[in-house]
Design a protein around this ligand. Structure first.
Ligand code: SAM
Ligand code: SF4
Length: 348
């Protein structure tokens, strides 16, 4: 029997009954159309803000197969999910990931398939991923200095990431987004080099505030606030212009550079939480369904995809999971409880 797996304190349960219909609604009226799927907890880097140096990965047979993931996505699509992002761990460590992209891109109702990757294995896979129907590509890159890259990721690989980005551009991904986590007393000197590089290459840079989901003890003082990064950029480039086309419900705040050459975005999860408009549902690599990155409970749906497939029950569980969603994470309050799993194991 699949069931809720308690990971921490119990959450209050909504009392209203779950609505049926082709939309995934929660009790705050948020409609969920966005599914983030982790395909592996493995990674070829060890970013300090994401995972511990020593880690035991799940046995491969515990991971959902591509067919199981696609099956789940088909059911989610019937409930209004139209946007999917593949993540991990490092998703490109799953062999032939492009096959999963093909399966998902073919699902009626899914019109947007994205991938977040550290880029190390991208050079060899960019063409297949593009041809398979991948629409959006985000590559994580926090620094252009190889020594600092090694300090942050505990591995070498900057040149491979840059080659991966080049290959992705060559095969036609556009726009390519570059995600950079910003940590105070470390990232200051990376901001301008990354901004210049992305403008030159035609990539959209996105700065991400440091969240309490890694292995290291998180300190609020280490969060480099989006507004501070904006100030930093404006000293170099002049006043950034809010992008009139940017979606107010999207997590990122997007700006144009004043000379009109390029865009830069900010994901200010700590200083400007976007929980009020959150539309995301998450599936972990081993088949746990979560309604929030910071959720303290999750539901094991692998048995319903593997040992005794049951689409009706899966549908009910997806609806219930969304319905049970809390108002938002509380890492700006003393009530915040950090999930027991770190980012790489949930899926970023
Ligand atoms: N391995 C892939 C990558 O690095 O792009 C995908 C998984 S990773 C967990 C997804 C995103 O989460 C990356 O952009 C990473 O920088 C971000 N991330 C990881 N830990 C974070 C943290 N503590 N705060 C903010 N972002 C974080
Ligand atoms: Fe791996 Fe991505 Fe986490 Fe870095 S952020 S350790 S690349 S999963």
């Amino acid at each position: 029997m699949s069931g809720r797996v308690p990971l921490g304190m119990a959450l209050p349960r909504p009392t209203k009954s779950v609505p049926v219909g082709p939309r995934l609604l929660d009790t705050f009226g948020r409609v969920h159309n966005n599914l983030r799927i982790s395909v592996t907890d493995r990674c070829n880097l060890r970013c300090t803000y994401c995972m511990p140096e020593e880690v035991t990965f799940r046995p491969k047979d515990e991971l959902l197969s591509f067919e199981e993931i696609a099956h789940f996505t088909r059911i989610a699509a019937c409930l209004g999910v139209n946007k999917v992002r593949l993540t991990g761990g490092e998703p490109l460590m799953r062999r032939d990931l492009y096959r999963l992209v093909e399966l998902i891109a073919d699902i009626p109702g899914i019109n947007d398939v994205g991938l977040t990757t550290n880029g190390l294995l991208l050079k060899a896979q960019a063409r297949n991923l593009f041809d398979a129907g991948l629409h959006r590509l985000n590559v994580s890159l926090d620094t252009l200095d190889s020594g600092r890259f090694r300090t942050l990721t505990r591995r070498d690989g900057l040149d491979q990431v840059l080659e991966g980005l080049e290959a992705a551009k060559y095969v036609g991904f556009a726009p390519i987004k570059v995600n950079a986590v910003c940590i105070r007393d470390f990232s200051e000197e990376d901001i301008l080099p990354l901004a210049h590089y992305c403008r030159q290459q035609g990539f959209e840079l996105r700065f991400i505030e440091y969240m309490p989901i890694g292995a290291d003890p998180w300190e609020r003082d280490k969060v480099f606030a989006a507004q501070e990064i904006i100030d930093h950029l404006e000293r170099e480039f002049g006043a950034l212009q809010i992008d009139p086309a940017s979606d107010p419900s999207a997590p990122a705040l997007d700006f144009d550079y004043p000379d009109g050459y390029g865009r830069v975005g900010f994901i200010a999860s700590v200083t400007r939480p976007f929980c009020g408009t959150c539309n995301r549902l998450r599936l972990t690599a081993e088949g746990k369904l979560r309604n929030c990155l910071f959720a303290l409970t999750e539901t094991d749906i692998r048995p319903l995809l593997r040992e005794r497939p049951d689409d009706a029950q899966l549908t009910e569980i997806i609806r219930q999971t969304v319905w049970d969603k809390w108002e938002g994470h509380e890492f700006n309050t003393t009530k915040f409880v950090k999930p027991s799993r770190t980012m790489h194991a949930i899926g970023g």
